[in-house]
Design a binder for this molecule. Structure first.
Ligand code: KIV
Ligand code: ZN
Length: 390
């Protein structure tokens, strides 16, 4: 049996729980082969995630096999399997996870009135009993148990407090507080996490985890608010892929905590220089394109096109960049020539191509550039060579 004591988790460490291969793979239209999961899994280990949720073993023989294979092949990471709060699910997950040196069972069920009434068709008391039984059953297979309270974001906090207290007593070591529908806004999610930690008498015996969905575009903000509220685990996916509008993007949370370390005095184990490579691999294997203006890893994230910005960045990069591209493994900052670009940007690009001109000749090239720029989206290297050749 693995030995894991969440209470000893350093308070300034935020644990990164990656669910790209479970919640991320639930993105409509995505299906990863075992080989693709292994490659992504190995890259996630290089990236430095602490926990890798590899799948939902009872859901299909393929999912069982991939959790089992990742549990055998990947080292230096905790492998996690999702289950419903059912004995059979838990036993199947335990079997799939057996080869892992460090394994976690992630079980639980809904806590909102909506889920209790419409989906589970149980009273609060019945659902609590089922959850407690599931945790006790799971503890026979590992002492690293995460309990999820689905739809916590829309639940009655008093019921949530009760559930947390009882499942910790039953042996849960991490408590996942999902905003399953992406309904909350940051202040509310902060209060939810903070409220749990302050009102539940045994809350010091577990780590609290943020699991946010992006239906209103607030997943990253909510996750960060949860960390400020006392959570020390973040559940994320690469590029924010996942059900509907997706999950919290790993790269956004990690870089927000890094860039704003004046506010977030927390460390992760993530090697940020692997972020772009990981994003590209996940995009390629899932077929989910990354929008060009995506924070941190988008193709335009370090590109400057207007004359005012180019002038600033060429004088001092920090005028318009708060992240150095090298820090996330991106190519250097780019100066993109468009109709909004000015002399400074043009001169820079020409110098990069090896051209130096007299002021008079440069003005001629600039005038021709301005005319051309009005007719194309971007003035590229080929255009510049033609301009220079006259
Ligand atoms: O969003 C959610 O509530 C989940 C749970 C199954 C953890 O993904
Ligand atoms: Zn989810």
């Amino acid at each position: 049996m693995t030995s894991y004591n969440p209470v000893t988790t350093m308070s300034n460490r935020v644990v990164v729980f990656d669910t790209t291969l479970r919640d991320g793979e639930q993105s409509p239209g995505v299906r990863l082969s075992l080989q693709e999961k292994l490659e992504i899994g190995a890259q996630l280990v290089r990236l430095g995630v602490d926990i890798l949720e590899a799948g939902f073993p009872i859901s299909s023989p393929g999912d069982f096999e991939s959790v089992n294979t990742l549990a055998r092949e990947l080292h230096g990471v905790t492998i996690c399997g999702l289950t419903r709060a059912r004995e059979k699910d838990i036993e199947v997950a335990a079997e799939a996870l057996k080869p892992a040196a460090r394994r976690r069972i992630h079980t639980g069920l809904g806590v909102s009135e909506n889920h209790l009434q419409h989906k589970l068709r149980m009273s609060r008391e019945e659902a609590l009993e089922v959850g407690v039984k599931a945790v006790k059953h799971a503890r026979q297979f590992t002492d690293d148990i995460e309990y999820f309270m689905e739809d916590s974001g829309r639940a009655d906090p008093d019921y949530v407090y009760k559930v947390v207290e009882e499942v910790i007593k039953a042996g849960a070591t991490t408590i996942n507080v999902p905003d399953t529908t992406g309904y909350t806004y940051p202040n509310e999610y902060y209060k939810l996490i903070h409220g749990i930690i302050s009102n539940v008498p045994n809350s010091d015996k577990a780590v609290f985890s943020c699991h946010c969905h992006n239906d209103l575009g607030m997943a990253t903000a909510n996750t960060l608010a949860g960390v400020l509220g006392g959570a020390r685990q973040v559940e994320v996916t690469v590029n924010g892929i996942g059900e509907r509008a997706g999950n919290t993007a790993l790269e956004e949370v990690v870089m927000a905590m890094y860039v704003r370390r004046d506010i977030f005095d927390f460390a992760t184990r993530i090697d940020t220089t692997q972020l772009v490579a990981t994003s590209r691999m996940v995009s390629e294997k899932t077929g989910m394109l990354v929008q060009r203006n995506k924070a941190v890893v988008g193709a335009n994230a370090y590109a400057h096109s207007s004359g005012i910005h180019q002038d600033g960045v060429l004088k001092e990069r920090s005028t318009y960049e708060i992240i150095s591209p090298e820090l996330v493994g991106a190519e250097k900052s780019e100066i993109i020539l468009t109709a909004r670009s000015g002399r400074h940007g043009l001169r820079h690009r020409l110098r990069e191509l090896g051209y130096e001109f007299t002021e008079e000749r440069f003005e001629q090239v600039y005038n021709e550039f301005v005319q051309l720029a009005d007719t194309v989206k971007e003035v590229n290297e080929e255009h510049l060579q033609k301009l220079v050749a006259g």
